[in-house]
Design a protein. Sequence first.
Length: 178
Amino acid sequence: MHREIERQRRQEMATLYASLRSLLPVEYVKGKRSTSDHMHEALNYIKHMQKSIQELGRKRDRLKTTASTAPGTSGSQDSEKNGSLDKKIVTAGSRDFVSVSRCRSGIEVLIGFDGGGRGRFPLSRVLRTLENGGFDVVSCDSTTVDNRLLHRLQAEVSDEEDINLQALQQKLTDVINL
């Protein structure tokens, strides 16, 4: 009876050790044969992962702090702006739209355009208008969703204090004849 219990315990321990080995990366098990070596490497791996998690946590906190202290933005606004262009269509409804808002280094322009039989979208005129207004366009993302063009432009400006967002939005609306 005692031998049977001991044999069963050893089988269970062997199964648990095998399970532990399967969870460890190859570089922690490679060349190690004894169970005690595997246990030691498992502890090393756990310590390594804890250190990595702490470093990533500190990095995340630094990025959150940087995002929330950037002029003109907050963490929640920033996360909304980093969403895909497809999500912006939900807030825009079914009409064409132009939206101008502040971002870290200047402004962000969102444009939704379905054409409505009016022809092509004048992106070059929008870019020219921004450049003539003293903006330096640093990125332009475009996509099509349900036969609708969506554009997101980010532009930098040397003096953020002189930006009149409403006037710029009206000017861009006039340029594309929405």
